[in-house]
Design a binder for this molecule. Sequence first.
Ligand code: FNR
Length: 345
Amino acid sequence: MPAEQASERKDDHVRLAAAQQKETPRPNGWDDVRFVHHALAGVDADRVDLAVDVAGARWELPFYVNAMTGGSASTGAINRDLAIAARETGVAIASGSLSIALDNPELMGTFRVIRDENPDGFVMANVGIERSPDDARRAVEALEANALQVHVNAMQETVMPEGSRSFSSWPASLEAIVAAVEVPVVVKEVGFGLSADTLSRLGSIGVRLADVSGVGGTDFMRIENDRRSGRDYAYLAGWGQSAVECLLEAPADAPVLLASGGVRTPLDVARGLALGARAVGASGSFLSVVLDGGADALISRIREWSDHLTALHSLVGATRPDDLRRTDLIIHGRAAEYARARGID
Ligand code: FNR
């Protein structure tokens, strides 16, 4: 695809994802999880430490700015704001897919800005699963990345006007990437979830981390459908599993789990941590903050999430994110139905 057309596609993604954020909020999979309230269980907030260990590194906060963008002038400016916010708050950050810059090196600066603005932060580069091991290495080098996200997006490709239909080479391609790069690999979905079977398979390939990125937030089926002219795939709405469903069915041999997809509030972060995620990512909800108010607005939002998440830990008696896993949860609605259908008690 010519660079100009590819850059336009990146701008379309941002525009359409931001438009989804402006729609009337609807309940999503996170609402299927309730903490049982124990009125005497609380601990002092000054004992709470939110830091977590991810891929051998210490993250000060158990949530992160998940993969979004880069590849055009305006998305480069967004990356700059995201990176400044990550630097000022200490959250980890992922770039959008570097594929466009691997094919068009003149666009690499729109990604490199993430490292330039955030020289000491935890930065994840991002590539598609079909990229070569050499490309994966180049992506890591370009951002001096601490980890590499490899996205799997078969549903997006299916609906994307220019999308691929050749998926059978993906497992071998992933194995080659994992063997080639020296940083930890995070395999992530883009909003359709990772099943128990997929997570086991990733574990057996040697993938160290998996971001289940489930349905219920940014909807790439709709984004790509809105970019089409002609045949309409809108009937596929709702395809996939929520992050909650993925976490509930995650098998013992899964990689270390990250969770994302439809994360709206610090309560959603706490829910993900309580269900076993090591950290929780947000894309769409942080994107709209940056678009509306720039880096300063995102810095305020991340600080607010950090304060609130500390308060929630204190409320339920958890001094660390890990302790949330021992709190009492009730799962209801679609997630409970899913768990029953999948034989999970
Ligand atoms: C994304 N996402 C994404 N994921 C990825 O692995 N590579 C990418 O290049 C992109 N690009 C992208 C652009 C935009 C504008 C958005 C909002 C998102 C997907 C993202 O990382 C995440 O998996 C989903 O968006 C679900 O999370 P949210 O948005 O519901 O928090």
